[in-house]
Structure formats: structure tokens, C-alpha cells
Design a protein around this ligand. Structure first.
Ligand code: THU
Length: 139
């Protein structure tokens, strides 16, 4: 493990990596080109983009594409310490509910999440963005 502080420079770099990933978007149906970048506790950055399908519901969001790639490359012990999401459409795109639930399995609660909101770029701690994840713990 190699925890790194989430400095402004590190988060700006993460956002740029997300933007680069969005250039690879396969989004012929919506035209909405999304990129996500995950800063892992092991020092690695993993990116993903949205991959759409003609059967619309099979579309994979950028955040989940990045997460699946991260686990595939580095194994299930990964921890996410920061997330950046962006799109090339100059629109708001906070991570969707499904992606928040999936991220919750691997992300540190205080991890900053950067995303474009209607009032500009916003940063929120993951636990504020998604306070009550589904879990299966007995009472
Ligand atoms: N999308 C993402 O990539 N991430 C989200 O959190 C929400 C939506 C994608 C899915 C689809 O390709 C396009 O944005 C429009 O919904």
C-alpha cells in the first residue's frame, strides 16, 4: 500500500486522465462521452469510459468500466482513494446511482469524488455522495 494525499495537483491530473478516457467513449446512441479515473491506494490510476449497446440497458458507464478494469488488473484488494468523472459534452454528470453502489464496495468513505455539476466542477466525499449503501450485514 502506498497511500498518497489527494492534493489539488493530483486531483487535477486525475481529472485530465478522465478527460482522456472520455475521448475513447463508444456512445453512438446518446452522444454523451464520459470518462472516469480512479486513484488507487497502490499508487496506480485506472481509467474507463462508457461503452453503449444497441440494447440500451446493456450500456456500461465509465465509472463501472474503470472499476472492473482496476479489479481485473490489480485484484480485489484494491482501494479507491479518489475518483474523477468528466464528459466532453460540457454537461453535468455526477456518477449515477448504480455506479455509486458499485464504487461503494471498493472506495474509502472519505475519498474525494470530482464531477461536473450544474454549477461547475464539484468535489464531494464519497460518503456524502452516497450515505446509505446497500449492504448485507445482520443486525
Ligand atoms: N453514463 C456514465 O458513463 N456514467 C454515469 O454515471 C451515468 C451515465 C453514460 C451511460 C450512457 O452511455 C450515457 O452516459 C448517457 O446516459
Amino acid at each position: 500500500m502506498n497511500p498518497q494525499p489527494s492534493t489539488d495537483a493530483a486531483l487535477a491530473n486525475l481529472l485530465e486522465r478522465a478527460r482522456q478516457a472520455a475521448l475513447h467513449s463508444y456512445s453512438p446512441y446518446s452522444g454523451f462521452r464520459v470518462g472516469a479515473a480512479l486513484q488507487l491506494s497502490n499508487g496506480e490510476i485506472v481509467t474507463g469510459t462508457n461503452v453503449e449497446n444497441v440494447s440500451y440497458g446493456l450500456t456500461i458507464c465509465a465509472e463501472r468500466a474503470a472499476l472492473v478494469s482496476a479489479v481485473s488488473q490489480f485484484g480485489p484488494a484494491i482501494r479507491i482513494q479518489a475518483v474523477a468523472v468528466t464528459n466532453l459534452n460540457q454537461a453535468a454528470s455526477p456518477p449515477c446511482g448504480a455506479c455509486r453502489q458499485v464504487l461503494s464496495e471498493f472506495i474509502l468513505p472519505d475519498a474525494p469524488v470530482l464531477f461536473p455539476a450544474s454549477d461547475g466542477l464539484r468535489t464531494m466525499a464519497f460518503s456524502d455522495l452516497f450515505p446509505l449503501a446497500f449492504e448485507m450485514k445482520s443486525k
